[in-house]
Design a protein around this ligand. Structure first.
Ligand code: ZN
Length: 311
């Protein structure tokens, strides 16, 4: 007998073997302004590479989704919604979900708690105005979820987060403020390690051929399909919307459709399904209590400045 590798698999709609979510974080050039405020405007080549996301890649990717008749989730920093309204309009026209991804990709765990909350609210208001609906989901920029982020998401009425890596299937984050659903992914399901090379962002991984890069995502899909999991992938239009890479995504989609019994869904649809399954008693989620620590662990004595790397 085969060992069940997911202890409490959730029943997916229609008896699907797994749920599949392609999520794209449309960061555009927000990340360059954030990292190099004083000189970003002078870095024309990198600006052009990042603007390729909303200008060229998003329309292409939306065309691929249209071809397969699927609707997916985009996480968009509010600043990007202000600067690239056409990309946002196209996403909405295609029936896709737009989630919260900070204002200009600032890192929540580097902000004071009141500043983090202010920015969360301010950006939610901008996205609400841009899309006509409050964002239901959140992903922390660069996965920099703080010790307070879950509290703030609960307080502000978000339905789910999709930043953390703590399980293979949706689970519940519980804090002093209440509970929120986590729809996890993991860093192996992100396209940066496959495709990004940039002196500015200290990223020097060798660029993979799309057919090699996509193998990682295919292997993850085969396992999710076999064991009743969740395939929640994290892509970036400026990286994966390039011609050969977009073709690899299209080929992957074709493979998934041909394999069959797959539930393609937006993350808010997954959140709705999970919540309904919990409320009907059909499924019981795992609960993760946050934060894990209230501060640096005491066993190592008083907190010290981070050790300086040897030159
Ligand atoms: Zn991002």
């Amino acid at each position: 007998m085969e060992t069940a590798v997911i202890e409490n698999p959730i029943p997916w709609p229609g008896g699907a073997r797994c749920a599949v979510a392609f999520t794209f974080d449309m960061d555009a050039d927000s990340i360059l302004h954030l990292g190099y405020h004083d000189t970003a405007d002078t870095r024309m080549a990198l600006l052009s590479a990042l603007r390729y996301g909303p200008e060229i890649a998003v329309p292409r990717l939306l065309g691929i989704y249209r071809e397969f008749g699927i609707r997916q989730t985009f996480f968009v920093p509010a600043w990007c919604a202000e600067h690239y309204p056409r990309a946002v309009e196209l996403m909405l026209e295609g029936g896709h979900e737009i989630g919260h991804h900070g204002y200009i990709h600032e890192h929540p765990n580097e902000l004071a708690p009141d500043e983090e909350l202010d920015r969360l609210r301010h950006s939610a208001a901008i996205l609400t105005a841009a899309t006509g609906a409050r964002p239901r989901g959140y992903r922390a920029p660069t996965y920099r979820f703080s010790r307070h982020t879950a509290d703030f998401l609960i307080q502000e009425g978000f339905d789910y987060d999709s930043t953390l890596f703590g399980d293979d299937i949706p689970y519940v984050l519980r804090t002093k403020a209440g509970q929120i659903l986590e729809i996890p992914s993991h860093y192996g399901m992100d396209d940066w390690p496959q495709y990004q090379i940039s002196r500015e962002f200290d990223y020097f991984a060798a660029v993979k051929a799309p057919r090699r890069a996509i193998e990682v995502f295919i292997d993850e899909f085969e396992a999710a399909w076999e064991f009743g999991g969740l395939w929640n992938s994290v892509w970036h239009p400026f990286l994966s919307g390039r011609l050969a890479r977009a073709k690899a995504i299209r080929d992957l989609l074709r493979h998934m459709v041909e394999k069959g019994d797959v539930w393609f869904a937006r993350l808010d649809e997954i959140a709705d399904h999970v919540r309904a399954s919990i409320e009907s008693g059909a499924w019981t989620p795992r609960i993760d209590d946050l934060p894990y620590y209230e501060g640096p662990i005491p066993e190592l004595g008083p907190a010290r400045p981070a050790r300086v790397k040897p030159a």
